[in-house]
Every structure is written in structure tokens, then in C-alpha cells.
Design a protein around this ligand. Structure first.
Ligand code: FAD
Length: 699
């Protein structure tokens, strides 16, 4: 049923549709597409033959798209990938034991730093954008390596930079950079993870010896899940409860590892170790909680609270202030930025494998006609096309977040700090949850072949799954974002100046609480629904009903029951995508992708929460006819956009720029997918090279 085309490209069943719907070409209108007459002889309208989608983008037409999607530090990412491609001894095999994998990750990291001379830690200090670019490339090499690197630099290194004094930096930074000092970030305990206030490890100040004594008072306080502690870690930043002779409060205090017992948590996935620090003595004078004697020189004049938190010059803050610090510790913010940003790469990779497979795979078809590729089925399009659109949308939102993070590191501006904290918590939570679900959708979309280890969904799902929990459990993070938003809302209504501004929500509240429901305004025309202003109005409108109930429910009730910050996060994502749309050109139909992201979320909202179809009591009610017209128009347009995006799916995926070495799954190979697959599973001795080509040649 398939053959090799004259140009050497793989073409399937010789079906080259004259209705190719590459970007910019005419496509059937909504409702007119995918029409399939029942009965024999009916011809299915196919947007684009598989071979067209799989061919390298035609020169000129999609060139713009690839460079449009290319990141600022692409050259650095290429350098990382080229280094690992040139070193087969550093590549991770499909099957590997946990012990071997741990050693391999350490060798990979050492080789990167000491042989390729790429210094992630220096990049983190000099230009965080470059650091995150390297983490993204490293994640394509091996996600476990990405985690290893994150623990060493973002967590252990970040804690020394953000929480340590100059003394600590002088002592540790070089060793962290060149990997002489592999280390850990030891916050979580057996009994407490999300609730950091519940930690029980103690750091008791002994004035006579002028030392802190670190202790694990009970088994519940054993440090648990601590990355890098199983094997390679030599140091740890141990988070502990500070006990002083006069008043107890909290502290974080770097501690060196020799004091304490290190244990392994056991064989399951991840298998991070336990650490039981005991009896370690540290000199007093840490940066986060300096302990001063009465006769010590007087403190600096008090600075505003936020500035003190920012600079970590905190002297025995009352517990509630520590709580504010706990929620957004300096190190964790960078970790969250990195996780959200890397998760987008995993989503792109999953979507790339699933879309390429769906373009190659043929099942069923019209009677007496060749089979069609599975991406021509509406159900497959609806699974995968919104996912591709989301990957585009998240790409721009996370680039924006990384830029803001870099700006924050340079300026320490209070508003930017608050923005980055909210953005990183919100995007980390939203994107990693979305990616985790999408990987399962991708696996299923590839049928049985999606289950094969070589096609990678198993390991991608396993490795990515924990993104939802560490650096803050996603549910708990969303609660924190919701709490912040609510607080800002209340402050705004009290007429108080916003201490912390999440600009996007502020704007939306100011504008949208006084607007009619954008969905029920009976503007069901395509131009209206594809207008970015309408789309943003609709997104922002979704937050208002919950906020309007604040008075009835009180702040806890509203927080607990109504305020879902995911809608705010989606608004930010759409806003950043719209801002990134290239004007006046539209390479590769990016506006199409943006419209699909917007309409898909609006349609989901209607199907799940219904917020967009309800009018607050203070507003005029819409008629059922108006509502049904609007809903039907939105659904039709969303389906039609899925169909149109399918027409350029191959090009959209190619523009992610994921190399075959990074994709690796045989079912995602652009050509010879099945022969690559059979070779991978060991059939090469049965199918000679010519025979493998024959798979494609048979008629
Ligand atoms: C592989 C791995 C590596 C890790 N690496 C490190 C590390 O290097 N250093 C380190 O310090 N820690 C590390 N951790 C710990 C990690 O940060 C914690 O697991 C995480 O913060 C969640 O805490 P928890 O496990 O106590 O979950 P819990 O807080 O017990 O959460 C369990 C469930 O309860 C829900 N829940 C909790 N509180 C609330 C609430 N208030 N309202 C509603 N629902 C709630 C959560 O949503 C979740 O579904 C690692 C964990 C793992 C698994």
C-alpha cells in the first residue's frame, strides 16, 4: 500500500491529494471539511497527504517558522547536543539498572563540565537564560541527567548563593562549579514535605562552644528523598529548626556531610536517600538567621520587610514572617522556573513522537481505497492538535518567565520578584500537570507501539511524573497562587495600594468585572471568535464570577471553593502567545495555532466548569437561543482549527527543532520508521537492507 516516491521521499499509497492544506493554502470552510459521504464511493477530503507532512519543510515557506521558534541561546544548546552525540559512551541505553544509571549520570555531568567545558553554574550566575537553555538541552539527552544537574546547581548551589554568606560562597562555589563538591538540598523529612513549618530537625546554638549542634530528634525528622545523597553527595544544605537559649524560631544552616548517617530509601523509581544529620557542629553566623550576642555590634537600620526577605538579611523574624519566606525561598523559585521550562520540552518531544507516528501510521479507510493515516481521523486530531498548540503557547510563556527571572536576578526589583514567584509557581504547576496527562494521551495515540520501551513514552512518563511533586506539590502551589491572588484582590477592593502585583490579574479585574459576558454577546462570526481581544476577554472573564462571590463566602470560602488560579495562568499563557505573534508575517500559520489554543480552552471551560456560559445575577440574562448559537460556533471553529492545524502538523513539529538523536523513538523517525524499528528490536539479520526498503516498496 505504500511506495517510495520518485523524489526518494516516502509516499503512502500514492495518494497525493490535490487539496494539500499547507499553511496559506485554501482549506475547506468550517463544517465543509472532513465531510464523508456514507456508502461506497464516497471520497474523504484529506487535508494533506502524509508524505507532504513528513517531508522536510519546503524551502522558504516554513523556514521562518523554525527560526521563529528558535531560542535565543540555541547555539549553546546545539553545542551540548553535539557533544553528547559525539560520545556514544555517554548515551543512555534503553535498558539500564538504577546503579548503572546513577553512575552514568555522574559521568555525563562530569564530562559536560570538565571535557566540554560547559559550566552550568557559572552560566547560572552570569546569565540565567543560558543556564536554563543548557538544562533544556540536557533534558533531551537524559531527563535523569537534567535532574542531577538541577540538584547540584539550582538546589545545592542555589542554596549556598541565596542563603549563605560570603564565607560560604568563598568556601563552596568553586567546588560546586567544577563538581569537586557534589551536594544536596536537604529540606524534606519523612513526616513533612509540603508543610515545611513542620520540619523537626534542630539546630541548637551552643553559646559556650560558639557552635550549632544539628540533630534529628526522631525518625519523623529523618531527611527523606534528598537528591544526590545516595551516592555522590559530599555536602548538604540542611534545613533545621533553630533553637536558641532564649527564643525558638527557624533557620536554614549549611552543614557538611560527615556528621550524620546516610541511607538509601530503597529500590523504586528515583530511589533518593535518607539522611540523618546528627551531632554536626557549625560555627554561628549564618546569613539566613544570624545569631547575635547582646554585645555584638548593633544591627543595620531596619529595612522594609520585603527587601530584607529578598536579601535574606533576616534577624530572628517572628514565625509568621518566616512563613512568607518559606513559601518562596530563593532557591526554589529558580528550580520551579527550570522545571516549567523543561517540562515544555518534554511536551514537545511527546507531541513530536505521537504526531510523526500518526502521520506515518495507516489504519482503515474508505471502501476500496487505500488506508488513511490516523491523523486524518477527527478523534486523533482532537487529541493531538490542541496539544501541539499548547506546546507553542507554553513555549512563549516560559521564555517570558525566564526573561523575567533573569531581570529579577539583575535588578532585585520587588515587583519583578513577586511576579516571578507567582509566575514560576503557577506555570510550574499548570504546565507539568498538563504535560504529565499529555504523555499518557500520546502513548495511547500511538497504540501498542506507544507501549514499546524503545518508543520512549514509558521512560518519559516515569521521569517526568515527579515534576508534579518536587519543588512544591502542584496542588499546594496552586493554593499558594490562589491565596496571593485573593489577597491582592482584597487589597485592591480596600483601596489599598497593591503590595505585590500580579499585573495580569489586576488588569483583568479592573476591566472585566464591568463587561458583559463575551461568549453570550452573540458574536458568533469567525472573525470575532479569532479576534485576540475577544479571546483574552473570554479568558479573563472566567475569573470574575469567583471573585464576585467573595463577599458571600468570605476569603477562606472563596479561596477554598471558587478561585481557580489555573484560569489566570491560562490567561497569562494566551497573553504571552498573542504578544509573540509575528506581525505582519505569520510564518507557518502561527496565528492558527494560537487561535486553536484559545478556542480549545474556551470550549473546555464551557464543557467543564461552565463559567463562561453563566451570567452573574447583576447582568442581563442571555436567551437560550443566543447561547446555543455561540456555543455551536465555538465548537465548530475549534474542530475546524484542529483540522487546519493537522494540515501543517508536520511542519509545526519540525519547527520545534528536536533532532533525531534527541527524539530517538523509531516510530518518530521521518523516514524508514518501521525499518529503524525492526533494527532496534534485533531483526536486522532477517531483513537485509534491500528487504527493509522493500517494506516501503511493496504494492
Ligand atoms: C524523587 C524525589 C526527589 C526529591 N528531591 C528532594 C530534594 O532533593 N530535596 C528535598 O528537600 N526534597 C525533595 N523531595 C521532596 C519533595 O519536595 C516533596 O515530596 C514535595 O514537596 C511534596 O511533599 P510530600 O511528599 O510531603 O507530600 P504531601 O505534602 O504529603 O502531599 C501528599 C498529597 O496531599 C496533598 N496536600 C498536601 N497538603 C495539602 C493541602 N494543604 N491542601 C490540599 N492538599 C494537600 C498534596 O496535593 C498531595 O497530593 C523529592 C521528592 C521526590 C519524590
Amino acid at each position: 500500500v505504500s511506495r517510495r516516491g520518485a523524489d526518494g521521499e516516502v509516499s503512502w499509497g500514492g495518494r497525493r491529494s490535490s487539496q494539500g492544506a499547507a499553511a496559506g493554502e485554501a482549506v475547506p470552510p468550517p463544517g465543509g471539511a472532513r465531510r464523508r459521504r456514507s456508502g461506497g464511493g464516497g471520497r474523504q477530503v484529506v487535508a494533506e497527504p502524509c508524505a507532504m507532512a513528513l517531508r522536510a519543510p519546503a524551502a522558504g515557506k516554513f523556514e521562518g517558522l523554525t527560526s521563529y521558534m528558535r531560542e535565543k541561546h540555541w547555539d549553546l544548546q546545539e553545542k551540548v547536543l553535539e557533544f553528547f552525540n559525539s560520545r556514544p559512551d555517554l548515551q543512555t541505553p534503553v535498558e539500564i539498572s538504577m546503579a548503572e544509571h546513577r553512575e552514568l549520570c555522574m559521568r555525563q555531568l562530569r564530562a559536560l563540565v570538565q571535557e566540554a567545558n560547559i559550566r552550568p553554574f557559572r552560566l547560572m550566575l552570569e546569565d540565567p537564560g543560558k543556564y536554563f537553555a543548557v538544562t533544556r538541552a540536557i533534558g533531551s539527552v537524559d531527563m535523569s541527567l537534567g535532574i542531577k544537574m538541577g540538584v547540584q546547581y539550582s538546589l545545592w548551589g542555589g542554596s549556598v548563593i541565596n542563603l549563605g554568606t560570603q564565607k560560604h560562597r568563598d568556601r563552596f562555589l568553586d567546588g560546586i562549579d567544577n563538581l569537586d563538591y557534589p551536594g544536596c538540598f536537604a529540606m524534606t523529612e519523612l513526616h513533612h514535605g509540603s508543610n515545611v513549618q513542620g520540619l523537626q530537625t534542630t539546630a541548637t546554638f551552643d553559646p559556650a562552644a560558639d557552635e550549632f549542634v544539628i540533630d534529628t530528634p526522631n525518625d519523623g525528622a529523618i531527611k527523606w528523598w534528598i537528591g544526590n545523597a545516595a551516592l555522590h553527595g559530599k555536602f548538604a544544605t540542611v534545613f533545621a529548626r533553630l533553637l536558641l537559649p532564649s527564643s525558638p524560631t527557624w533557620a536554614s544552616t549549611p552543614s557538611s556531610s560527615p556528621s550524620g548517617t546516610w541511607r538509601h530509601t530503597g529500590p523504586p523509581r528515583g530511589g533518593n536517600p535518607r539522611l540523618r544529620p546528627q551531632g554536626g557542629a557549625q560555627r554561628r553566623g549564618q546569613r539566613s538567621s544570624q545569631v547575635l550576642r547582646r554585645e555584638d555590634p548593633p544591627r543595620q537600620p531596619a529595612q522594609p520587610l520585603r527587601r530584607r526577605l529578598q536579601r535574606r538579611q533576616v534577624l530572628q523574624l517572628p514565625p509568621h514572617r518566616w512563613q512568607a519566606l518559606r513559601r518562596y525561598p530563593g532557591g526554589a523559585c529558580g528550580g520551579r522556573v527550570g522545571l516549567a521550562y523543561s517540562s515544555v520540552n518534554v511536551l514537545k518531544l511527546g507531541a513530536t513522537i505521537a504526531v510523526r507516528y500518526s502521520l506515518l501510521r495507516q489504519q482503515f479507510g474508505p471502501p476500496n481505497q487505500p488506508e488513511v493515516c490516523i491523523l486524518d481521523y477527527q478523534s486523533q486530531q482532537q487529541k493531538l492538535m490542541p496539544m501541539v498548540a499548547s506546546a507553542y503557547a507554553f513555549h512563549f510563556a516560559t521564555l517570558f518567565m525566564v526573561d523575567r527571572y533573569s531581570e529579577m536576578k539583575k535588578t532585585h526589583d520587588e515587583e519583578i520578584v513577586a511576579d516571578v514567584h507567582a509566575l514560576s509557581a503557577g506555570l510550574k504547576s499548570y504546565i507539568t500537570s498538563y504535560t504529565a496527562k499529555s504523555l499518557s494521551v500520546c502513548r495511547e495515540a500511538c497504540g501498542g507501539h506507544g507501549y514499546a520501551a524503545v518508543n520512549r513514552f514509558g521512560s518519559l512518563r516515569n521521569d517526568h511524573d515527579i515534576f508534579q511533586t518536587f519543588e512544591g506539590d502542584n496542588t499546594v502551589l496552586l493554593q499558594q497562587v490562589a491565596g496571593d491572588l485573593l489577597k491582592q484582590y482584597q487589597e485592591k477592593f480596600k483601596g489599598t495600594a497593591l503590595a505585590v502585583t500580579w499585573n495580569y490579574l489586576r488588569d483583568s479585574m479592573a476591566t472585566y468585572l464591568s463587561q458583559p459576558n463575551p461568549i453570550t454577546s452573540r458574536w458568533e462570526g469567525e472573525d470575532h471568535l479569532r479576534n485576540p481581544k475577544f479571546q483574552l476577554d473570554a479568558f479573563r472573564y472566567r475569573t470574575s464570577p469567583a471573585l464576585l462571590r467573595l463577599e458571600d463566602l468570605g476569603s477562606f470560602g472563596a479561596w477554598n471553593r471558587c478561585l481557580d488560579p489555573r484560569r489566570d495562568i491560562e490567561s497569562v499563557i494566551l497573553e504571552k502567545f498573542i504578544e509573540a505573534l509575528p506581525e505582519p508575517e505569520n510564518p507557518g500559520g502561527v496565528k492558527l495555532v494560537c487561535d486553536l489554543y484559545a478556542l480549545d480552552r474556551i470550549w473546555n471551560d464551557i464543557g467543564t466548569t461552565g463559567t463562561l456560559t453563566t451570567s452573574p445575577p447583576t447582568r442581563p440574562r442571555y436567551t437560550p437561543t443566543a447561547l446555543s448559537l455561540s456555543l455551536s460556533a465555538i465548537q465548530k471553529l475549534r474542530d475546524y482549527l484542529c483540522f487546519q492545524v493537522r494540515g501543517v502538523a508536520g511542519q509545526l513539529i519540525n519547527a520545534f527543532g528536536i533532532t533525531p538523536e534527541a527524539t530517538r523513538a523509531p516510530i518518530a523517525m521521518q523516514s524508514e520508521a518501521y525499518s529503524s524499528y525492526t533494527r532496534q528490536v534485533g531483526f536486522q539479520e532477517y531483513i537485509p537492507a534491500a528487504g527493509a526498503a522493500g517494506l516501503f516498496d511493496s504494492d
